[in-house]
Design a protein around this ligand. Sequence first.
Ligand code: ATP
Ligand code: MG
Length: 324
Amino acid sequence: MQKMLQIDKLKVIYRKNQKSFLAVDCVNLSLNKGEVLGIVGESGSGKSTLGLSIIRLLPPRAKIKNGDILFEGKSICEIKEAKFNKDYRGRKISYIPQNPQSSLNPVFTVGRQLKDIIKYRTDIKDIKKTAVEMLLKMGIADAETRMNEYPHQFSGGMKQRVLLAMAFVTNPTLLIADEPTTALDVTVEAQILSLLKDLIREYNSSIIYITHDLGVVSEIADRVAVFYAGRVVEVNDRDNIFKKPQHPYTEALIKCLPDDNKDKKLDVIPGDIPDLSELPSGCNFHPRCNYKEDKCSRKKPPLFDTDSGGKSACFFYKKVGEAL
Ligand code: ATP
Ligand code: MG
């Protein structure tokens, strides 16, 4: 079966102060129709760079060095910019950028911004009616009046609801949501996640949900890809990831999650995420790893197929997860 999205050996390079480094290093990922893929990793691990590559909004100093991104079987790298902008960006592929709080334009009303998307990115004729209906569906009461308000008159959670209306009104095949709830407090975050789950069911869109929070991933994702220093170190179904992680980094992230039922001290992962321009030899994670052996500082582990149907970039993946 053809995958909706297929990312093959993707490498994205940044040039910064005469130095260059790979922010995304040989990433293979795929996504089926209607599937939610959670991408989780620490700050600087390349999550946003991956999302921006798919929507083709990488900053000028970044470039796809190698590999390909196939959307509905077609290489997006080969589509002309004018066509990509007309038919794909904001239409078939929606994007909620990191820091959505500042992604609404402060000088236009919320209604105007939503109506513009309906006008330019869909074929819907009844623009105003659709805008009101979308805002109501997002749980914004009194939508008709609130259409005339400006973004600063909306709370963080309400702004996020507006952005979800903008993202879903085009009925996208793929939505890339980059840390959409990170800036919200936990109760509002829970409300937005519950709304998003309803929308996913209704629209049957495929979602790439980027976050640093494994707890959020457990709520929403069908499958999880764990990023570390630009690489996918583990990928598997959500339940397998949480029940039996097969990479030491995933295991360490799970041990850092608060657990309501246990009176335990939270773990921390020792050390810092490495500077991408000065990566260690061998496995990128080995300086912070409890399972490391001599070979880990010499050889880069490939992605092994695990018994549970996932992949892990650890030579000792069979030993991992036993102690959870
Ligand atoms: P966060 O969780 O903080 O959003 P991330 O996983 O999304 O992090 P990216 O933003 O993709 O990470 O960054 C990956 C690497 O690329 C980091 O080392 C970052 O410093 C670097 N980087 C990101 N944007 C730029 C840029 N415009 N110019 C140069 N380097 C950049
Ligand atoms: Mg990011």
